[in-house]
Design a protein around this ligand. Structure first.
Ligand code: SF4
Length: 279
């Protein structure tokens, strides 16, 4: 299936490089889209993922992210205009094709990115449409713009996957370009609302792996109470590095190795020591 400008809506994987798909759209149209949410910008839809939430997922990969994580494996999603424009109606129609299959496979829709909440109005509308058709909904976000969602809008989200890499603001700014405060505030708000949540901790040797950092993040997770259903320790990998090269960006982690299984197990153990469910 194609978007309005002939671009394929689906891709086999988010690792497919996509750029400038909305480059010719007038600025006023982009601003109106962001304000109304009637239209959004997507890198792609992928189907059949078992890595982006419970069961089999259709994943809508949004474009636009204000962070610049050193380990980002989808830097082409940083820029809103790298995505193709799509109306909420069209995106909903696409999702509807998979509705029965998703239910049978205990899956649903995940909106990832980029950071989906850069396009909060579009995301809210798509989540509401998915919820109305009985599809389980999930967003994967860095949480920076969590305050843009009202409690009523959060009620259309069945699960939030939230990235927390460190508690230390100075380190967080070095790692992502932004402060961690808003992410932690969003985590605490979700916990107070008892919103099901998975925390994703990206394990990067030399950046997030030292025992004191992991202990501190694990302590934060333990304070989130029963809303936190699991912690996922995501091992850094080099699969995003070709995108950095193709975009002409200098990849700061070009020489960084993936964590060893032993290191990953030590880190998982630190989370488990707080009674947390860890994957
Ligand atoms: S928040 Fe996600 S999309 Fe944004 S820079 Fe970080 S890893 Fe990349």
């Amino acid at each position: 299936m194609e978007a309005d400008n002939g671009i394929s809506i689906e891709s086999k994987s988010p690792f497919e490089l996509r750029v400038n798909l909305a480059k010719d759209l007038p600025e006023t149209t982009v601003k109106e889209a962001l304000a109304s949410g009637d239209m959004g910008f997507l890198h792609s839809f992928t189907t059949g993922s078992y890595l982006d939430g419970p069961g089999a997922r259709v994943v809508a990969w949004t474009t636009g992210c204000g962070w610049r994580c050193q380990y980002c494996h989808n830097p082409d999603t940083w820029t809103l205009r790298n995505g193709f424009p799509i109306s909420v109606g069209r995106a909903t129609e696409e999702l509807r094709k998979y509705r029965q299959g998703l239910k049978k496979m205990s899956g649903g829709l995940t909106i990832s990115g980029g950071d989906p909440l850069m396009q909060d109005r579009f995301v809210v509308k798509l989540l509401a449409a998915a919820h109305a058709m009985g599809v389980h909904t999930c967003i994967e976000t860095n949480g920076y713009f969590g305050e843009r969602l009202s409690d009523a809008e959060l009620a259309t989200i069945d699960l939030v996957m939230l990235g927390i890499k460190t508690w230390d603001d100075e380190r967080h700014i070095r790692l992502t370009g932004r402060s961690v405060e808003k992410t932690l505030a969003f985590a605490r708000r979700l916990a107070a609302l008892k919103k099901p949540m998975w925390v994703r901790f990206v394990l990067v040797p030399g950046l997030t792996d030292d025992p004191a950092n992991v202990d501190a993040v694990a302590d934060i997770c333990a304070q989130l109470g029963p809303a936190l259903q699991r912690v996922e320790v995501l091992r850094f990998h080099q699969m995003g590095s070709p995108k950095w090269a193709k975009l002409g960006l200098e990849y700061p982690l070009a020489g960084t190795e993936a964590p060893t299984p032993e290191l990953a197990e030590r880190v998982r153990g630190q989370f488990r020591a707080r009674g947390l469910t860890v994957y």
